[in-house]
Ligand binder design. Structure first.
Ligand code: AMP
Length: 282
């Protein structure tokens, strides 16, 4: 498995694969890979001849007071895991390769509506950063398909819309969330949790499951259910950021007769912000 850091080298290698008639799958990541990321690589390898995993901690999607500097960078370990998973090529560009003129002078991609609310409201500019870097990665790699985790539910919706709106010829594949045995969604940010916080963390998914059960039992008073889940999170030791029960397609507040519903949750444990989601059919 090769690792390249420059766009020029990436393009030269990919041109070779394309000339051989090989299809290309892309898995964009910020590195510090866990089994969630690896599941995306395996999924890409099922449908594409060549899998390119990008590792880039994208400064544009971090807010001023977020964890850009302390975000874990573990390239050597990541390379080992990717080689085992059947990845073909790692693209790990330095920041200057992606944003040679700096962030302020970079052309940006704005995806309206689905970017608004939820994480878009809590993290202004975040989805602009995601949409911009993902569009650039699509142009750099020109993949036939790209795999993203449902763990970042709103992000997946943003990417589906940008591909549709900008007519980018790439198939977007969503992959289910990989969890720890106790239900906590795997995340690079779980490494920030203290021992005590780590013991509390699985309550997030449990509370979501309890809320989903109530909906399955027929409750449609969604604002009250959101309040109850929020109170349960606070009781468990979280500082809830949002608990939103939404229409799975529009991500707008769910109506009582919507059949496809998703719970979107973000909550802080200490300074660590965890997100998770759960979809159900009524
Ligand atoms: P990140 O490195 O956090 O930017 O994530 C890169 C990709 O991995 C995104 O498509 C995420 O949705 C996906 N991902 C992150 N955590 C998980 C997980 N626990 N299960 C499945 N996919 C995940």
């Amino acid at each position: 498995m090769r690792t390249v850091h420059s766009l020029k080298e990436l393009r030269t290698i990919l041109r070779g694969y394309r000339q051989q008639g090989k299809t290309i799958g892309l898995v964009p990541t910020m590195g510090n890979l866990h089994e969630g990321h690896i599941s995306l690589v395996r999924k890409a390898a099922e449908s594409a001849d060549v899998v390119v995993t990008s590792i880039f901690v994208n400064p544009m999607q971090f807010g001023a007071h977020e964890d850009l500097d302390k975000y874990p960078r573990t390239l050597a370990e990541d390379q080992e895991k990717l080689a085992e998973a059947g990845n073909t090529l790692v693209f790990a560009p330095p920041v200057e390769e992606v944003y040679p003129e700096g962030l302020a002078r970079q052309t940006k991609v704005v995806v309206p509506e689905v970017s608004e609310g939820h994480c878009g409201a809590s993290r202004p500019g975040h989805f602009e950063g995601v949409a911009t870097v993902v569009t650039m990665l699509f142009n750099m790699v020109q993949p036939d398909l790209a795999v993203f985790g449902e763990k970042d539910f709103q992000q997946l919706a943003v990417i589906r819309k940008l591909v549709r709106d900008l007519r980018i010829p790439v198939e977007i594949i969503g992959a289910p969330t990989v969890r720890e045995d106790d239900g906590l969604a795997k995340s690079s940010r779980n490494g920030y949790l203290s021992e005590t916080e780590r013991r509390i963390a699985p309550r997030l998914y449990q509370i979501m499951r309890e809320t989903a059960d109530r909906i399955q039992q027929g409750r449609t008073d969604y604002p009250a259910l959101e309040q109850e889940a929020s109170a349960a999170l606070a009781e468990a030791g979280f500082r809830p950021d949002y608990v939103n029960i939404v229409n799975s397609v529009t991500l707008k507040p769910a109506a009582p007769d919507d059949p496809e519903i998703t719970l979107l949750v973000a909550a802080f444990l200490g300074t660590t912000r965890l997100i998770d989601n759960l979809s159900l059919t009524r």
